[in-house]
Design a protein. Structure first.
Length: 284
């Protein structure tokens, strides 16, 4: 991790080397900007300006230099460390039987547009990567070049903030939190286990404290992947400790299913427990 001051003080050669891999196989992009920069956000904007101003043939070559999004593509030694890490982190195997569907759509995409399908995989779940691919197949060439460059903006923004620290970081992270209130007794509900699932895979657990919240956010310091989520509130033990409860309990586990569409958004999912009911909504 470099500070922005350190980066600004480098010679051009060292500056270009320090940003190697932020953009795929394209040192000419870092070579095209002029330090110093007041903020990391300004640095990223300048880098993207170089990309967007590049001649059409140069930009096309840059897009073609990106790796194919597929598990077998990781065997290619030319795949950068950043791309390799991002693809592994996505977990394409989670598509299961849909993986063949993705491979077919990806091949159709390359045949149609002459470039690999480019998407910021750190901002989507595997099913929504597939959905994004199928939707973009309907684009015109011009629309798709713009979509690919927009995704490169997301990819490189994340890579840059992984490498260069403040000041003026661009927005790259989201926030997901929850809390539970007992509206019958007028208090926070303490000791309730909350499990968070993303595309049916358990990714986080927490227990509500005396304020009815988990001690740390359910998700933070990373983009919230676009996709389907579920919170499971294990309220059985909480109700069992209260007097005059039925056996079996009216509620044991309360599932709340929702979608996240804003990777850098703030999501808060409260649960309000009543005597025989519950309420939930997107809070602030």
């Amino acid at each position: 991790m470099l500070t922005l001051d350190q980066l600004n003080a480098m010679s051009q050669d060292d500056f270009v080397l320090a940003l190697d891999g932020v953009f795929e196989h394209a040192p000419w992009i870092a070579a095209g900007v002029q330090p110093p920069f007041a903020t990391v956000a300004a640095l990223h904007e300048a880098l993207m300006t170089v990309v967007l101003a590049a001649p059409a043939d140069m930009c096309l070559g840059f897009l073609r230099g990106h790796p194919t999004l597929a598990p077998n593509a990781l065997a290619d030694p030319a795949v950068t460390a950043a791309s390799r890490s991002e693809q592994i982190g996505l977990g394409m195997a989670a598509l299961g039987h849909q993986l063949a569907q993705f491979d077919t759509a990806s091949a159709a995409y390359e045949a149609r547009f002459g470039i690999p399908f480019i998407v910021c995989v750190r901002r989507l779940t595997p099913p929504f990567v597939l959905r994004n691919l199928e939707q973009r197949l309907a684009n015109t060439d011009q629309q798709e070049r713009a979509a690919a460059l927009a995704e490169i903006g997301h990819i490189t923004r994340l890579r840059l903030v992984d490498r260069v620290s403040r000041p003026g970081m661009p927005p790259t992270t989201g926030h997901l939190s929850s809390h539970v209130l007992d509206t019958v007794r007028g208090r926070a509900a303490e000791g309730i286990r909350i499990k968070l699932f993303r595309e049916n895979v358990l990714i986080k657990e927490g227990i509500t404290n005396r304020d009815g919240r988990t001690d740390t956010p359910l998700l933070s310091r990373e983009p919230l992947r676009i996709g389907r989520y579920e919170l499971r509130f294990h309220v059985g033990d909480y109700f069992a400790d209260l007097p005059d409860q039925n056996d079996p309990l009216w509620y044991d586990v309360i599932p709340v299913r929702f979608g996240i569409a804003e990777p850098e958004g703030h999501y808060h999912i409260p649960l309000l427990l009543g005597a025989w009911t519950y309420t939930t909504y997107r809070g602030s």
